[in-house]
Design a protein around this ligand. Structure first.
Ligand code: FES
Ligand code: FES
Length: 178
């Protein structure tokens, strides 16, 4: 990569997990690298860095996004939620996090932050548009097909998402937008 100069840098302001951040970043820095390398939020994982695995999934203005595909400067003014922001300091972990634990929905855990953010986004989409939502096993698998799991924990991930969607975790799908 060519050297970073004042001409290749801009100020970016982001609301991340309820906190405001302001940083000077090179125009070529991705949102994933801004989160991990500049803000110290290492929950979102770098798998492929090419938009193919979903390990870097976060919510941008409430919508699921592969943060490795987004330039940080293009996200100026947005609200970002990473896995670190899914839970609530007062209420504890998010119901999806509890369901993943209860269902043992992971092995190595590398994909889990992305799976959780994707599931939170999916439930928010379903809450916003219940009539077109498909929260069947096949529907969840299809909607989360961009999140790969090399350990093959898919059946348990779907079980965990179904638990929360069905309210058996005691919480309505809130969407978890920042
Ligand atoms: S690291 Fe972003 S999709 Fe794989
Ligand atoms: S739990 Fe290992 S990659 Fe999904």
């Amino acid at each position: 990569m060519a050297r970073s100069t004042p001409e290749t840098r801009s100020r970016v302001r982001l609301h991340v997990n309820g906190e405001q951040y302001e940083r000077d970043v090179d125009h070529r820095v991705t949102l994933l690298d801004l989160l991990r390398e500049h803000l110290g939020l290492t929950g979102a994982k770098k798998g492929c860095d090419h938009g193919q695995c979903g390990a870097c999934t976060v919510l941008v203005d409430g919508r699921r996004a592969n943060s490795c595909l987004l330039l940080a400067v293009a996200q100026d003014g947005t609200r970002v939620t990473t896995v670190e922001g899914l839970g609530d300091g007062a209420r504890g972990p998010h119901p999806l996090q509890e369901a993943f634990l209860e269902r043992d929905a992971f092995q190595c855990g590398y994909c889990t932050p992305g799976q959780l953010c994707s599931a939170a986004g999916l439930l928010a989409e379903a809450a916003a548009d219940p009539r077109s939502a498909d929260l069947s096993r096949d529907g969840i698998a299809e909607a989360m097909s961009g999140n790969l799991c090399r350990c093959g924990a898919y059946p348990r991930i779907v079980d965990a998402v179904r638990d929360v969607a069905a309210g058996s975790r005691g919480a309505a799908p809130e969407g978890v937008v920042a």
